[in-house]
Design a protein around this ligand. Structure first.
Ligand code: UFG
Length: 328
């Protein structure tokens, strides 16, 4: 750990999948993270013991302000949101209540305490079914579900706060995040798990090797949906670059993916190659709300932030498999 004189970064949602990787990447970069998380989907033991940790609900007014003052925070990285597309359709108020109120509290606290740097985690879900792929940042925003709409509204709130109060924000629109910390100590742990890669790996670990594909009648070469996968450690590296970029006092919006698309069947093939196991795939109906094809243009992140992913799909699966085998 540091001598306590390093830059202090508040990581909201730092006990979750991406947030906990971010905490480790910040420490490796010589910065001091302070974590706040309500543990609704995060895990206390994902955060190293020496990192200041606060269990609190960000909808409570004053929580952010107190932490910013106590720890002399200089910047914020914000992950604290509900993120399940399907759940957001069934219970939209849960999403608008948690995601929007927490974001309002963040903006208010930053304004009151003259903190003007925030890196905000957004999503490719703000694009809905994009008209062209690879998707550029200036594509039309047309989210197809309450989760995506809540993120789009949060983006707009941050942008308005920029205009009115001078807040500087880097919005990072994640495509499909996968993989785990290479040591295998932390990784993806959602309950219930809905994501493709952990679901396939669980089917192998549970010995039935049966897996459900949601639809193979899309207009893609093998009929299954195409997504752009990015390793969680690469993604966190982009947040570090975004913090540095904010020192130039400018806001920005960047897609984070690999720029390459893989179909569900191609992901299954890669899982079989990496694990050496055979998978029997059942084909079910399409899942509601799934866009056919989502692939990022990452040219802007490359040109402006100087960021490029280092890990490929096999690395994501290999590290996720290691983590899956560490899970009880
Ligand atoms: N899929 C299956 N079987 C499964 C799980 C997923 O066939 O058991 C398919 C889905 O139908 C989809 C693809 O695998 O075609 C990827 O699905 P994921 O659930 O892994 O990811 P999504 O693309 O639905 O969503 C993820 C994040 C969102 C984010 C989006 C942006 O969960 O928060 O990526 O690309 F908005």
């Amino acid at each position: 750990m540091s001598d306590g004189n390093n830059e202090k970064i508040l990581v909201a949602g730092g006990a979750g999948y991406i947030g906990s990787h971010m905490v480790r990447v910040l420490i490796e970069a010589g910065l001091d993270p302070v974590v706040i998380d309500n543990l609704s989907t995060g895990y206390r033991d994902f955060v190293p013991g020496k990192v200041p940790f606060y269990e609190a609900d960000l909808r409570e007014p004053g929580v952010f302000s107190e932490l910013i003052k106590t720890h002399h925070i200089s910047g914020v990285i914000y992950f604290a949101s509900h993120i399940e597309v399907g759940e957001s359709v069934i219970d939209p108020l849960k999403y608008y209540d948690n995601n929007l109120i927490s974001c309002i509290n963040l903006i208010r606290a930053m304004k009151e305490n003259s903190i003007d740097r925030v890196v905000f985690s957004s999503t490719a879900a703000v694009y809905g079914d994009p008209e062209c792929v690879p998707v550029k940042e200036d594509a039309v925003l047309a989210p197809k579900n309450p989760y995506g709409r809540s993120k789009m509204m949060m983006e707009k709130m941050l942008s308005d706060a920029g205009t009115a109060y001078g807040l500087k924000c880097v919005i990072l629109r994640y495509f499909n995040v996968a993989g785990a910390f290479p040591g295998g100590e932390i990784g993806e742990k959602h309950v219930p798990e809905t994501h493709l890669i952990p679901n396939v790996l669980k089917s192998i670990k549970n010995d039935n090797c049966e897996f459900n594909i949601f639809g193979d009648d899309y207009s893609t070469p093998d009929g299954t949906c195409i997504r752009d996968y990015v390793h969680v450690v690469d993604l966190c590296g982009a947040h570090l670059k975004a913090l540095r970029y904010l020192e130039g006092n400018i806001s920005g919006i960047f897609n984070l993916g690999s720029g390459k698309g893989f179909s569900v069947r191609e992901v299954l093939e890669t899982v079989m190659k990496v694990t050496g196991q055979k998978i029997e795939a059942n084909v079910l109906d399409r899942r509601d709300g799934d866009p056919e094809r989502l692939v990022a243009s990452i040219a802007k992140a490359k040109d402006v932030l100087g960021w490029e992913p280092e890990y490929g799909l096999e690395d994501m699966i290999r590290t996720a498999w290691k983590w899956e085998n560490n899970l009880c």
